[in-house]
Design a protein around this ligand. Structure first.
Ligand SMILES: NC(=O)c1ccc[n+]([C@@H]2O[C@H](COP(=O)([O-])OP(=O)(O)OC[C@H]3O[C@@H](n4cnc5c(N)ncnc54)[C@H](OP(=O)(O)O)[C@@H]3O)[C@@H](O)[C@H]2O)c1
Length: 265
């Protein structure tokens, strides 16, 4: 079972993951390594050990979680390699970096599991999607025990599904925030102050997300708001006529393409 975890990188996703872990009691030790010393301060509230360089402490961990940007992955694998052993599980949340690319750079045969989630994991039970090859029931069991206390773990049989999930779910919160910002800017455009526009827009987003959670059918929700020939219908028809849906599909497909080839400029 997991009794010590090392997280490499103390950025946005690590902060969200640690907030999720902190929603629950946990009995294992957590060490975080980030070469940027300033990151220590944002982690204070999480009761973890912080290190700004790679240390022998890592050898005591049985779960290593990679949370650095994809373009740092080669240097990070080189740095962690001397501290790894076959009793460990290496989990990577890096977008677009395949299991094989990581395994090829390791000098030992360590199980590598590729995962994807998003920053909403901090305060909701978000999914963590994972893929490993070859699949090991034992590793899946250990990961389930660890992640199920604060998230929902979902297996992806094909690694390509992790690339799709990266575009849809990893980046997902940004699409909603982008739409939120568009609506906020419309409030401002129609004469509201920035402060009021922010309050009203955030109310809309928050309230609507609760309705979506309780009522899974989008058409039912929309028909409860839009009456034939009414104001909502006028706006929705304009959005449909301008093919907003196909623009969003195109945008997410761009993200998917990028996640399959992330290091290509
Ligand atoms: N953010 C999201 O919403 C999200 C969602 C899904 C997946 N992901 C994936 O999660 C990973 C982390 O994303 P993030 O947004 O949390 O990144 P981030 O905020 O940039 O955090 C990465 C941290 O790693 C540090 N770092 C750089 N090189 C290092 C090294 N050699 N050793 C140790 N630490 C090092 C960085 O320091 P500096 O600040 O000095 O560079 C930074 O503090 C990425 O691979 C991303 O694809 C992110």
């Amino acid at each position: 079972m997991i009794n010590r975890v090392t997280i490499i990188g103390a950025g946005n996703l690590t902060n969200s993951l640690l907030a999720a872990i902190h929603r629950n009691r946990f009995s294992y030790k957590i060490d975080v390594i980030d070469t940027n010393k300033k990151k220590k301060f944002s982690l204070k509230k999480f009761n973890v050990n912080f290190f700004s360089s790679y240390t022998d402490i890592m050898t005591k961990s049985n779960l290593i979680i990679l949370m650095v940007k994809p373009n740092n992955y080669i240097e990070v694998i080189k740095e962690i390699n001397p501290f790894l052993s076959e009793k460990m599980i290496l989990v990577s949340f890096m977008a677009g970096i395949g299991c094989a690319s990581i395994k090829n750079k390791l000098t030992q045969d360590i199980p590598v599991v590729r995962c994807m989630t998003n920053i909403t994991i901090s305060d909701s039970e978000a999914h963590i999607f994972y893929h490993m090859k070859p699949f090991s029931k034992n590793i899946a069991y250990i990961l389930n025990k660890f992640f199920e206390t604060f998230s929902k773990l979902k297996k992806c049989i094909n690694e390509g599904d992790i690339d799709k999930i990266t575009a849809l779910y990893g980046s997902g919160p940004a699409y909603y925030v982008y739409f939120n910002k568009i609506i906020k800017d419309v409030f401002i455009n129609m004469g509201y102050s920035e402060k009021d526009a922010t309050i009203f827009t955030n109310d809309l987003m928050h309230g609507t997300s609760k309705i979506i959670k309780n009522n899974k059918n989008s058409d039912d929700i929309m028909s409860a708001i839009a009456s034939k020939g009414g104001t909502t219908q006028a706006a929705l028809t304009e959005l449909k006529n301008n093919k907003v849906d196909s623009m969003i599909l195109k945008a997410i497909k761009k993200a998917y393409k990028k996640s399959k080839n992330i290091l290509k400029k």
